[in-house]
Ligand binder design. Structure first.
Ligand SMILES: Nc1ncnc2c1ncn2[C@@H]1O[C@H](COP(=O)(O)OP(=O)(O)OP(=O)(O)O)[C@@H](O)[C@H]1O
Length: 442
């Protein structure tokens, strides 16, 4: 670790440096606030030991400056004048630890160990963030379509507030992408962002997935589980396909939205969590309320701030720019230098109805980047569904049942306004349609 010791007593500086260097750390030691500012502007540090009385300077005032000058630095306060109020104030200003003088070398080394653990976790998080950026293309949130421009503008306005947001729009329009962007644009960006897809879990499991359970609460509850709300403390929980939230769980979510309070399944102890909820649906929630499948009070609580995402078919002028923005990501994944699209490919992209919206476009580009053998994506690289005249799937053709099913689902999704309408026409429940759509990458 690179450690900075800031103390006006030479003896203390020497003792701490001796103890830390003996444990293999690199140490710089300064005796006043000015030198501390200078050295942190020139050099990076993982940890600073800061004395609170630095001659005429107050060490407390130096804490925000250190945090600002040396990103990632942790500040541990040491003082001969320890009081509860200065300890609280030091923590409030961003210190991570507090040690009254006199202290032993063991205490100093224990602090360093704790700081090392935090450093390691920070690096792991950075590594995971970089991995995530490699698995999904960056959000492209620019549009020429007034409704999409408005959606992005509203999202930016609501991002810094703790308000619950309801995202509406057909499957694949980018509700999940926008939810993550709202999280990243607000001051919760460095806190967890969790996703729970309501239809992906059985009704019984969803409640414990969200709110946690205690050991023995039900047959397979062999240990306590904190639940996703607790795991997202300080951050955001994205509830996808909220229309599928079971009626039995809806009052519990409503209470959480109103009071930020909940109980784990099988427990009576009330817990509190600071978690922002963003919900999304492609269903007609007002109809679900009329039909008694969704509580009206929960709908009104969720709909405080609604953002509707237009389908890709409604904004055909955006297709080309979106495709151009997404292509470099897939080109890099295949280690290819792809320059763009041939005119024929561009025409096919523009003319396609995109029933699967941006998800379908993303999947088409991923496939095209793999297949492309020149420096431009050409028509044959695009999925057959984009050139149906060359590859129609007709009933009775020598094709698999799956091919017919996929084509039928695509067409029905493209011709219906909501996911729920499509499920009704197809005669399956929404969870089944949701799985089929994932299966066929629609
Ligand atoms: N604005 C965008 N920029 C880049 N990629 C996008 C954008 N919108 C959507 N995508 C891509 O499309 C995929 C589907 O988007 P997303 O999951 O956000 O849609 P959705 O509306 O939440 O769909 P569903 O209702 O089916 O959950 C994403 O994985 C992402 O790769």
């Amino acid at each position: 670790m690179n450690i900075l010791v800031i103390d006006d007593e030479l003896n203390i500086r020497k003792t701490i440096a001796y103890c830390l260097e003996g444990a293999g750390h690199r140490v710089a030691a300064v005796g006043n606030a000015r030198d501390a500012r200078d050295v942190t502007q020139r050099q990076g540090f993982d940890l600073a030991f800061l004395d609170l009385r630095l001659g005429t300077d107050d060490g407390l005032d130096l804490i925000p400056e250190l945090l600002n000058n040396a990103p990632g630095i942790q500040v541990a306060v040491i003082t001969a004048y320890a009081t509860i109020s200065t300890a609280v104030e030091a923590m409030r200003r961003g210190a991570v630890d507090y040690l009254p003088k006199p202290f032993t070398p063991e205490q100093i080394l224990l602090m360093v160990q704790r700081a090392e653990t935090v450093c390691r976790l920070q690096r792991q998080v950075e590594g995971l963030r970089a991995d995530l950026a490699r698995t999904e293309p960056a959000a492209h949130l620019h549009s020429r379509h007034p409704e999409m421009v408005r959606a992005i503008h509203l999202a930016r306005q609501v991002a810094p507030t703790p308000s619950t947001v309801l995202l509406l729009g057909a499957s694949g329009t980018g509700k999940g992408v926008l939810a993550r962007s709202i999280h990243n644009w607000g001051d919760r960006w460095d806190k967890p962002f969790g996703v729970v897809s309501c239809p992906s879990l059985s009704h019984d499991l969803l409640e414990s997935e969200l709110f946690g359970h205690i050991r023995g609460a039900f047959t397979h509850a062999v240990r306590d589980a904190p639940g996703r709300i607790a795991a997202c403390e300080g951050g955001t929980l994205f509830l996808d396909e909220i229309a599928d939230l079971p009626l039995a769980v809806q009052p519990k979510l409503l209470r959480f939205l109103q009071d930020r309070e909940y109980e784990r399944v099988g427990e009576s102890h009330t817990r509190h969590a600071d978690v922002r909820i963003i919900a999304a649906t492609n269903a007609d929630l007002e109809r679900a309320v009329r039909e008694g499948r969704f509580r009206e009070d929960l709908y009104f609580r969720l709909a405080v701030f609604e953002i509707r995402m237009p389908s890709l078919a409604e904004r055909p002028d955006d297709v080309e720019a979106l495709a151009a923005a997404l292509l470099p990501f897939f080109a890099a994944q295949c280690h290819k230098n792809l320059q763009g699209f041939t005119d024929a490919a561009l025409r096919a992209l523009r003319e396609h109805a995109w029933p699967g919206n941006v998800r379908e476009l993303r999947n088409a580009l991923e496939r095209a980047a793999i297949l492309c053998t020149s420096d431009r994506i050409d028509l044959p690289d695009l999925p057959p569904s984009l050139t149906p005249q060359n590859n129609p799937v007709m009933l009775g053709d020598p094709v698999s049942l799956e091919a017919v099913e996929e084509r039928h689902i695509r067409l029905v999704l493209g011709n219906t306004r909501t996911f729920q309408d499509a499920a009704e026409i197809l005669g399956v429940d929404q969870a089944t349609l949701w799985r089929k759509r994932r299966q066929y990458s629609i």
